[in-house]
Design a protein around this ligand. Structure first.
Ligand SMILES: [Zn+2]
Length: 391
């Protein structure tokens, strides 16, 4: 039985000094590992040997990145390619309160909507490659998760019991965001999506109630390293501050993080500093929320001229969410999405949409809002592409 999705691949330093293992050597090893694309065989490097900050810090991506080449491709179709991770079913205790079914229900809603048949391309999220996760996370930390060697406290923060399916699903969730990012640059698509991901409480080597030890920002690092992207805008509209995202990109001038969240919502003691933090008071309703967003979005685009936009589309600002304290309606969330999509499409900014939180009771209220995120994106993208062909 294959116990782990990661092959352990010990790396020996040629100069016998683990800390001085060079980026150049690592790059050569990464390039040689073509078999890493095989399903269930993400390469895991022996963490102790390559885990030095000189190699694994976010600045490593800067050293290895390629020059940015403008996208000039025409997309192969007008569909919204959207990845999902719910083909990996995580076993949970019967009394577990996390609404895991919401992912499959959102996918099912989109699959069963006949009006979307020519607008959607749903694909299973591939497992993230270990080397891509190393751009963001500590290798030893990820390896311990793969091997079921995390501490009890760490697993409490994950919130799910360890299982092989949990590891696979985590890798698929991160892999969906990474692949969605790659398609923007390799196929000239303007918008792609992940019906998973958006996990934003994972730090480089620790996590805070993250539900996933891998952050969704792996896509940004891949964009910088493999496609030479120099200006990235993260718009995080989940009701909780994305402290993991903020922490990882704190020193990264190429990534601007904008975060609108409930000021009284988690995280409290572990909040980090985004480029722009916009905390909102309890009970904020549609009108106030949308006016703040309308003020910020054009300004963010004008000032940063992003070459990539990552949208964390959490729907937990919905009134009645168990873990949120804002009072947006479903219609307000829909208008929020439209504002974001209009801004991105009108400025021709390639965009990846990730899912984020949503914990309403009944759960179907969140599922409807999650479905809206992707349905409206597919409609907007289709209309935008069609208008370009006509003109
Ligand atoms: Zn949230």
């Amino acid at each position: 039985m294959n116990a782990f999705p990661c092959r352990l691949f010990p790396v020996k330093s040629p100069i016998g000094n683990e800390r001085l293992y060079s980026i150049k050597s690592l790059h050569a090893i990464f390039s040689a590992c073509s078999f890493s694309k095989r399903k269930h065989s993400a390469i895991a490097f022996h963490a102790g040997n390559i885990n030095g900050p000189s190699v694994m810090s976010p600045s490593a991506g800067a050293t290895m990145s390629r020059p940015y080449v403008s996208r000039s491709l025409s997309p192969p179709d007008h569909k919204l390619v959207a990845f999902y991770a719910n083909h990996h079913v995580v076993p949970l205790p019967p009394d577990h309160r996390f609404p895991m079914e919401k992912y499959a229900l959102t996918v099912s809603n989109l699959q069963n909507d006949a009006s979307l048949s020519d607008k959607f391309d749903l694909r299973p999220g591939p497992l993230a490659e270990f080397r891509d996760l190393l751009l963001v996370h500590d290798g030893e930390y990820i390896q311990r998760f793969c091997d079921n060697r995390m501490t009890e406290q760490e697993m409490r923060n994950v919130g799910f019991p360890w299982s092989q399916e949990l590891v696979d699903r985590t890798f698929s969730s991160a892999g969906g965001t990474i692949q969605a990012t790659r398609l923007l640059f390799e196929e000239g698509r303007m918008m792609t999506a992940n019906i998973a991901g958006g996990t934003h409480h994972a730090f480089r080597s620790k996590l805070m109630f993250s539900l996933s030890p891998c952050t969704f920002i792996s896509g940004e690092r891949v964009a910088i390293q493999d496609y030479g992207v120099q200006r990235i805008l993260v718009v995080d509209l989940d009701v909780h501050q994305g402290n993991g995202t903020a922490g990882i990109f704190e020193e990264e001038g190429r990534v601007t993080t904008f975060d609108m969240f409930g000021d009284k919502n988690y995280p409290w003691k572990t909040r980090m500093r985004n480029t722009h933090d916009v905390p909102l008071p309890d009970g904020t309703e549609d009108e106030e929320y949308l006016s703040v967003l309308k003020h910020w979005l054009p300004r963010l685009v004008e000032e940063n001229k992003p070459q990539l936009l990552i949208y964390q589309a959490g729907v937990d600002p919905l009134k009645g969410d168990r873990f949120g304290r804002l009072h947006l309606s479903r219609s307000g969330l829909l208008q929020r999405n439209h504002l974001l999509y209009s801004t991105a499409l009108e400025s021709s900014i390639p965009t990846v949409i990730t899912m984020g939180g949503g914990y309403a009771e009944p759960m179907l209220a969140s599922v409807e809002c999650h479905t809206d995120v992707y349905r409206s994106a597919a409609y907007r993208l289709h209309a935008w592409q069609s208008s370009r062909v006509k003109n």
